[in-house]
Design a protein around this ligand. Structure first.
Ligand code: SF4
Length: 292
């Protein structure tokens, strides 16, 4: 049977004896940290004081700079949304941390400006999104979810006005429809946006600026509900783990390591027993190719 697009929300429920259960307050990135590696989650959200992190990453600086420039582009009046505004926008909020040297930083700035110029040429300056870096929130029986979507577009679909989730990406590799389909964060934004804007929101898009490509997926009520269910399962596991540690369980066993390719990029590599054996990446490793 083909999936339907009828409204089928995950129902809000009451817990034992009609008492509301405590909701797990989270963002998609908090859930994602646990799903990637429970130990990384513990270092980020449970251990206090937070263990020392490694130095800032140049790719995070680059991503933040591009995101902020696009946010500020939409803050301009429509008649000033033109490519000529971009150098000032990018320069004024450029994040300098993590680059090997000024030469690499300049190369990254020039590439970022190229990406932005190409990208804004595809946008209609008259079009006002429903939200830019907009926080959307929703509750289920387990989650009090909130997150900041890069952009939420107002579009007209086959059945009328729709909201579309847009996420900007600045990483090296291009993205595919499977990346959009599998992203829990995008699905949770869509789920929350439906409730905030009271209009259908099924389409999610990854806009990869370095290649100027868009990877998109059309969700259904079923696929959104599935992602919400997975998020709820993760939240239930996290709450049980946090409770166990508060009750005296061994935190290392309760939040196990998940060694793998992410370790080289992990902020806590130096304090983590699994990460300490992994070769360190230089803070600029993911942007070095931009100098070529
Ligand atoms: S270094 Fe690897 S195993 Fe350790 S916390 Fe980070 S991602 Fe997890």
């Amino acid at each position: 049977m083909p999936p339907t697009r009828n409204r089928a929300a995950v129902p809000e429920q009451l817990g034992f004896a009609g008492m509301p259960e405590r909701l797990f307050v989270c963002t998609p990135s908090k859930l994602g940290a646990y799903l990637d590696c429970p130990r990384r989650y513990r270092y980020s959200y449970v251990d206090r004081p937070t263990p020392p992190k490694g130095p800032p990453w140049a790719h995070n600086s680059l991503g933040a700079s591009v995101h902020t420039a696009l946010k500020n582009w939409y803050a301009l009046p429509p008649e000033r949304r033109e490519p000529g505004a971009l150098p000032t926008l990018l320069k004024s909020t450029w994040v300098r941390e993590g680059y090997r040297d000024v030469e690499l930083e300049r190369a990254a700035y020039r590439r970022a400006l190229d990406w932005l110029e190409t990208y804004v040429a595809t946008l209609d300056p008259e079009e006002e999104p429903l939200g830019v870096e907009r926080v959307v929130a929703a509750k289920t029986s387990v989650l009090a979810l909130n997150g900041r979507a890069d952009r939420i577009d107002a579009r007209v679909g086959p059945e009328g006005p729709e909201a579309v989730i847009v996420d900007y990406k600045t990483g090296r590799t291009g993205l595919h429809a499977d990346d959009a389909r599998g992203s829990q964060a995008l699905a949770l934004y869509a789920y929350a946006a439906q409730r905030v804007f009271r209009r259908p929101c099924y389409r999610v898009e990854l806009h990869h600026l370095p290649t100027g490509t868009v990877a998109a997926h059309e969700h259904t009520d079923e696929s959104l509900a599935r992602q919400v269910r997975r998020a709820e399962e993760a939240a239930t596991d996290i709450m049980a783990a946090e409770k166990a540690v508060a009750g005296g369980a061994d935190p290392d066993e309760t939040f196990p390591t998940n060694p793998g390719s992410l370790c080289g990029w992990c902020d806590f590599r130096k304090v983590c027993p699994a990460g300490a054996s992994v070769a360190a990446k230089e803070p600029w490793a993911a942007v070095e190719h931009l100098a070529g």
